[in-house]
Write a protein that binds this ligand. Structure first.
Ligand SMILES: Cc1cc2nc3c(=O)[nH]c(=O)nc-3n(C[C@H](O)[C@H](O)[C@H](O)COP(=O)(O)O)c2cc1C
Length: 168
């Protein structure tokens, strides 16, 4: 085994990959796309980052079957909240011993194709309607609204601070 801890990720349009690369640099840990992890890492402990699809962390179950996932991170377009992370734990049946984080990623509808693009066109309309009805928006809510209107991203190393502190 080359490294005892590695980062594995699944990314559809690149925002989760950006987080994985930032984390990889900050923790000096190699990062690999799920499905492209070299065999020498068999048995490694994994910090897993996956993009959110309908409330699920894409690839988590597949990764947890093969590796010992010691931290699970979901990346979505919603504003972050502690309830969201706990909701992901319940939905994905992540054991209590594994810390779960939610990070606000980014969204660019132009990078989607076919049914996903169509679904998200309607979803964005619904989300924007809900946020526009609020008298005031937090910075994260404003970013989600921006994502509904065009490409926008919340990806930053600062958002990874808690995870970096846990594994540094
Ligand atoms: C089909 C589809 C479903 C999505 N479902 C969710 C969701 O349930 N919750 C959420 O916060 N974001 C959701 N998103 C937004 C993505 O998770 C978000 O844009 C993420 O940052 C994309 O990461 P990626 O660029 O690594 O693929 C969805 C996006 C698509 C295309």
């Amino acid at each position: 085994m080359v490294n005892s801890k590695i980062i594995v990720y699944s990314s559809n349009t690149g925002f989760t990959e950006q987080y994985a690369k930032l984390l990889s640099r900050a923790l000096d840990m190699p990062s690999y796309k799920l499905g492209s992890v070299p065999d020498c890492h068999r048995g490694a402990e994994v910090i897993y980052l996956g993009w959110l699809f309908a409330g699920m962390i894409v690839g988590y179950k597949k990764c947890a079957k093969k590796y010992s996932v010691v931290c699970a991170v979901g990346v979505g377009m919603s504003p972050p909240s502690a309830e969201l992370a706990e909701g992901l734990r319940a939905t994905m049946s992540i054991p209590e011993s594994v810390p779960v984080f939610y990070l606000q990623g980014g969204f660019d509808i132009a990078k989607l194709k076919g049914p996903m693009k169509l679904i998200m066109k309607f979803k964005c309309r619904e989300i924007a309607g809900r946020l526009n009805a609020k008298p005031e928006l937090s910075e994260a809510e404003q970013l989600t609204l921006d994502m509904c209107h065009g490409p926008a991203s919340a990806v930053s190393e600062a958002s990874l601070a808690e995870i970096i502190a846990l594994y540094r």
